[in-house]
Design a binder for this molecule. Structure first.
Ligand SMILES: [Fe+2]
Ligand SMILES: [Fe+2]
Length: 248
């Protein structure tokens, strides 16, 4: 029995592909097939796979049906969290998705799931990476304050959702946590954030995040141990479509 995670499948069986990099970069060529084969080699019916956002390019649920069916057909128990491109998933209507897909898929939002004596908690998160303007030496020379104010609201909303997830698990007696985000826990300018602080507050053992694509973005946030917590990037292209093992 094992717990695995990966993010950013960016499936598009029924929808238009919107990321040009996904056409050019070899790592994305037939990635659905590579990933399916890797899962079939690695994951058994007793295992759990957490898919941490950006599941589909589809604009609505009907454009995502084949993408979600592909995920249903992967081995093991599947838990999904939201990514920034998951237009089919309104956070306030998560119950509707669970009504449609459980027990084949579980959509985690303002809730938690159990793996052994661990609570699996999470939300989409948010990292504000600008807009700022840099000079030739990479120094910040200007900043859009209206955008920053908007971003702060998004961060607060996501932190509240994450706290709900932790507190529900805590109220049910769980004391061991694995925390999942779609966005990296910090932006490229931060060492800490509200998300790393919350992971520390509740004593999460690991924080798993995705969203960073391409070699130039893989090191935007924390890798490895930081203040007693293990951080792992699990975007699909970073992992070359091999699910990351989180726990035995
Ligand atoms: Fe993505
Ligand atoms: Fe993303």
């Amino acid at each position: 029995m094992a717990l695995y995670a990966i993010g950013d499948l960016h499936l598009h069986f029924q929808s238009e592909l919107k990321a040009p990099g996904q056409l050019r970069d070899r790592v994305w060529k037939n990635h659905e097939e590579k990933f399916r084969k890797n899962c079939e080699k690695l994951i058994t019916a007793e295992d759990t796979l957490v898919l941490i956002g950006d599941h589909s390019w589809g604009k609505n649920l009907s454009e995502c049906e084949q993408d979600l069916q592909y995920i249903c057909d992967l081995p093991g128990r599947k838990i999904l969290t939201r990514g920034n491109h998951d237009m089919f998933w309104d956070a306030k209507k998560t119950k509707h998705l669970n009504d449609l897909y459980q027990p084949r898929l579980t959509f985690l939002q303002d809730s938690y799931e159990v793996y052994h004596d661990y609570a699996l908690v999470g939300t989409k998160g948010y990292t504000f990476e600008g807009p700022f303007w840099l000079d030739r030496r990479g120094r910040i020379v200007d900043w859009d304050e209206a955008e920053e104010a908007h971003a702060k609201k998004l961060v607060e909303r996501e932190l509240a959702r994450l706290r709900t997830s932790f507190e529900l698990a805590q109220a049910d007696g769980y004391r061991k946590y694995i925390m999942f985000l779609h966005y990296p826990p910090t932006n490229i300018l931060e060492e800490r954030s509200g998300f790393t602080d919350m992971a520390e507050e509740f004593g999460a053992e690991q924080v798993i995040y995705a969203h960073s694509h391409g070699e130039s973005r893989f090191h935007d946030s924390i890798h490895g141990e930081f203040r007693g917590i293990m951080y792992h990037l699990a975007s699909g292209d970073y992992l070359r479509w091999h699910p990351l093992k989180i726990l035995d």
